[in-house]
Design a protein around this ligand. Sequence first.
Ligand code: GDD
Ligand code: MN
Length: 408
Amino acid sequence: MNVNSSQTLLTVPTGPLQISDLRPTNNVYFSLVIPTYKERDNIQNVVKILSQTLDEFIPGDYELIVVDDDSPDLTWEVAQSLTQEYPQLRVMRRQQERGLSSAVIRGWQVANGSVLGVIDGDLQHPPEILTQLLSQIAQGADLAVASRHVDGGGVSSWSVVRRFLSRGAQVLGLMILPGVLGRVSDPMSGYFMVRRNSIVGALLNPVGYKILLEVIGRGNVQSIAEVGYVFCERQEGESKVTWKQYVEYIHHLIRLRLSTGRLGRWSQNSSFPIGRFLRFGLVGLSGVFVDMAVLYLLSDPSTLALPLTRSKIIAGEIAIFNNFLWNDAWTFADVSMRQQEWHQRLKRFVKFNIICLAGLVLNVLVLNLVFNFLIPNRYIANLIAIAVATIWNFWVNLKLSWRVTDVK
Ligand code: GDD
Ligand code: MN
């Protein structure tokens, strides 16, 4: 094999994980990093399809950068052998460092583009979406994220357990870092692009998989656009996600939380949806009356005289249903108007229900904590518990049930 310059591997940058200004030479518009670990059977297809897509859209004005962590299946070597056929392709083989997030950043560090992107190397991220993401950037977005949770998005065939885990991770993130995770509908996405200007100079410090958190948390990202996509099933190779990634994720959240020392942009320019919150509160109050009335009808000795617990469960559920109807028709009318189909309504109702039940658990928990350790007055403690549960219910429903994201 003749070794020309296009076939040499990229030098792995060392030092801090920081993106610098564009060098004046070799510039392209768009640099797309493809992190790989054991993707030997995918890499050729990925490079082929991405090249075809981008050749049509921005011919000659992009580069593909494969960053492989010295895969034992020699993915990097396969990638390297493709560089003759695909001159836009560059390959990095990392032997010292490991990990998805740092691989992406090392790739961006050698990139010559003013827009920096990332896509999985296993074809689970549909390449067609690339052009839509690029259009969003062209229209002025600083960050364009492919999302499973906006119109047109989804997962192909995930089990209930997997969906639940994924959503649980998102809710946890919303609690720890509302100003970061609250800005996008799919903070776990590993398919996005960002203007170099928005992250130049920021000292990135990710652990694990979720590089997008780092970009939003430490970068200077003003406007965000989202494009729906369906997360496809893997055809070749296997996922590298184990329980370890869940632990790393929590570690990452806490570290970002502590080191940025702020709730994020959300609290900075304080765009807390106060009107919506008040409507949500009023609806909650109406639920109290519904609950009381039904409890009376079912359990009062002068009416049906059913057992108390059974009556209360029914009363509570009817109150939840009442609240859902009002919230859907009033509090979040702008959102539900756009999603009026029955299965969409049903989905919202199921989510609302689960979140409110979790809110109830939280309510009891806070009541006990406050009463036993802080304020030994059960009514004051209960007021605090109700306040905490109301904020939980509002915030999580806002982000999950009636999805209001920063989509333009
Ligand atoms: N260089 C490098 N180093 N690449 C890695 C590493 C690593 O340590 N670990 C994984 N990768 C590569 C894989 O080869 C693949 O191209 C990509 O990163 C994603 O890894 P998968 O293991 O396939 O992840 P997944 O499909 O379960 O997880 C994906 O979940 C999100 C949706 O929740 C994430 O990777 C996201 O990109 C995706 O959007
Ligand atoms: Mn994958």
